[in-house]
Design a protein. Sequence first.
Lengths: 304, 274
Amino acid sequence: MTSTTSPLPTQKPSFSRSSLRLNSSLGRNRWNQFFTVVAAVFAVLAVLPLVLVLGYVLVKGGTLLSIRLLTELPPPPGLEGGGIGNAIIGTIVVTLVASLIAIPVGVGGGIYLAEYSRSGWFAQFVRFGTNVLSGVPSIICGVFIYGLIVSTRLFFGQSYSAMAGGVALSVLMLPTVIKTTDEALKLVPQELRWGAIGIGASRFVTITRITLPAAFTPIATGVVLGIARAAGETAPLIFTALFSPFWAEGLFNPIATMSVLIFNFAIMPYEAQIALAWAASFVLVVMILAANLFARWLGRFARA
Amino acid sequence: MTTSMPSPSQIHAASPEFCMELENVGISYGGSEAVRGVYMQIPRGKVTAFIGPSGCGKSTVLRALNRMNDLIEGCTLKGRVIFDGQDLYAPQVDPVEVRRRIGMVFQKPNPFPKSIYENIAFGARINGYRGDMDELVERSLRKAAIWDETKDKLKESGYALSGGQQQRLCIARAIAIEPEVILMDEPCSALDPISTLKIEEMMHELKKSYTIVIVTHNMQQAVRVSDMTGFFNVTPKADGDGKVGCLEEFAATETIFNAPTQQATQDYVSGRFG
């Protein structure tokens, strides 16, 4: 007892003690400030492209925004005026087809991974495959669907079609939807599942009535982001939906989309077409931005 | 066991005195054995408490009683758990049906992210209840001693309640489907003493109509609420390294706490556990 209370005056302190006042000339404090500035500069550089793209597209394309732009067909080469109405509708149709395929398959796959087989070899394989698929370049998805559907005239003998475009985009959306569903369901507390199963709920009822509703918001957010990503794709649509200067003629004919319209018109030697390409860029960026804001809003809805 | 297996209904008639019987139950997670050699007869209409140090397998055994361990990958059970004259682990037994008759309350309150009313009604509905739902909700909440606190806010989320209220809501949810047995896995470990007291008072009421099995770390709680007590202990394996849980002693609560036959039980209940 006495040995612990009595001080040991002969022992030298192991650390030097200095004043508690902040000394900004110390090496550690200088490095601190330096790295804070470096990190801030890189953070600004990271958002700079977004601001520049939005600003540039707004300046170049925003001035053309009018009702005519949204409702009329593009003019024949050499003529003035016109709009991108068919491309807007086309983008909506193709994205809708893609969503109708990718959401059921992706959410179903995600449910399997998270609820039925968390760590089985098959689940691991599907997870790995999903990661690989999300890294596959979009143009390869386009060529794949071209080879599978377009060149074989799979749908009623039609080659290029809105349907083929939708299928190509659904391949691109699928990894996002599977991954977000899987992750969202994994975040649902295990106790909630036990609670449902403990009162005699079957697995099906537990998933459909308890875990899926609990994970609805993150899943919906992921799906919206997946849709926004697919809506802006160009390469897969060039090989599948092609383009059409006319209004959409059903799901099994070529269809105009905004991204392909931009691709086609931006390199034409006519002023009117180039202006329309800028206007379409603006509309497309605004639509994707709106989808992202909607996803954020959904996310906030959950936390409340 | 070398002859052909009798069908589960022929094991023996449901005993009027005992609700559940465990015969040489051993449970393993993956390759490692968690608990072995448990024989136990859980009396009907009584409160049975499981006590013992951490890792002795008391929660594992509790979860085996309504096949909740099925949800844990790699968990296997040897021996037999007999309820209503049937081996619960016979291949033709439907685990969903087992859990409808043997309900469970968990350590952490886990109400569904639904309204208080729906928390009760959900279980009743999926179990095919065809009566007056309002009446069932009120009756269940009354039995769980939480009706007075919730009757004016049945439409509010179950998460709006305090922890102790949430736990009583979970008990009400378990009662609503009218099980025969209620399993409670340390139901008060996350609660303050006043909420604990309310739940203990409620258990005295509930045991008139249900068989209750409770796991608790709190020995005073075992003394207060239970009629029978099982003391689980960890012992080194005789055949190799590692430790395994076992049921050291199972007797009336008074016997366990006043005159246990095993030295280990005596050491544990008197706080001299090593």
